[in-house]
Write a protein that binds this ligand. Sequence first.
Ligand SMILES: Nc1ncnc2c1ncn2[C@@H]1O[C@H](COP(=O)(O)OP(=O)(O)OP(=O)(O)O)[C@@H](O)[C@H]1O
Ligand SMILES: [Mg+2]
Length: 239
Amino acid sequence: MNNGIESCASELLRLHNVSQSYSRGGQAVLVLRDINLTLMRGQTSALVGASGSGKSTLLNILGLLESPVSGRLMFAGHNMLNANADVLARLRNRDIGFVFQAFNLLPRLSAMDNVALPLSYRGLPRREARCQALQQLQQVGLADKAHDKPADLSGGQRQRVAIARALVGNPSLILADEPTGNLDSHTAEEIMALLLELNRERGVTLVMVTHDTALAERFERRIRVIDGQLQEGATHGRC
Ligand SMILES: Nc1ncnc2c1ncn2[C@@H]1O[C@H](COP(=O)(O)OP(=O)(O)OP(=O)(O)O)[C@@H](O)[C@H]1O
Ligand SMILES: [Mg+2]
């Protein structure tokens, strides 16, 4: 498999012989089997595959939300197997932004306060966090909705808020799990265009799970999860 190692960028993340299993009815069921994958900084990758094939599981491992049962994960040159929970949480907060299909915004907070949340977790004063959140909302075209609650926003606007929240801390990696799955095709296109623009402008590495083959075509890499293993077609380089 082509892991993009010959690409112009430097390595951000590497999985080496990673496996994941869950217990079902008292039996361990292997979901990912000996996965090897290297992501380069600034690269865009689409994760595709049948329902239940392990795409979200892989995304959670890439995002340090789940630890694999075996194998090695290197993130920005650090071996994550030796990392304790605090180090993992700090890396997640500083380096990784998540975008989910269901937006996962806090309903009682305004758009601005939802976006400010990761900065507050980092200990930034509230005023500074809100100021940066507003700038981020501006970048996704939603400055005028800063004080609205999620319930008062459309699906596309909610997803923009979620993208702003994912980006606010300037992460090196955005992991998006079917971010357009709950949106109509026009809004989905807008969200897609926004994510790819942020990749081009900021060089943020983007990994997105999608069932849409036309969307997947727009990524440099298309990685298919089949029976717990990865298959990859030709990579479009950008050097
Ligand atoms: N926490 C868990 N406990 C037990 N089994 C799990 C857990 N998470 C995932 N699984 C199982 O692992 C397999 C892969 O799940 P995963 O959510 O990664 O699939 P997916 O490719 O994202 O599917 P979809 O396209 O439907 O979202 C499934 O069989 C699922 O039931
Ligand atoms: Mg999934």
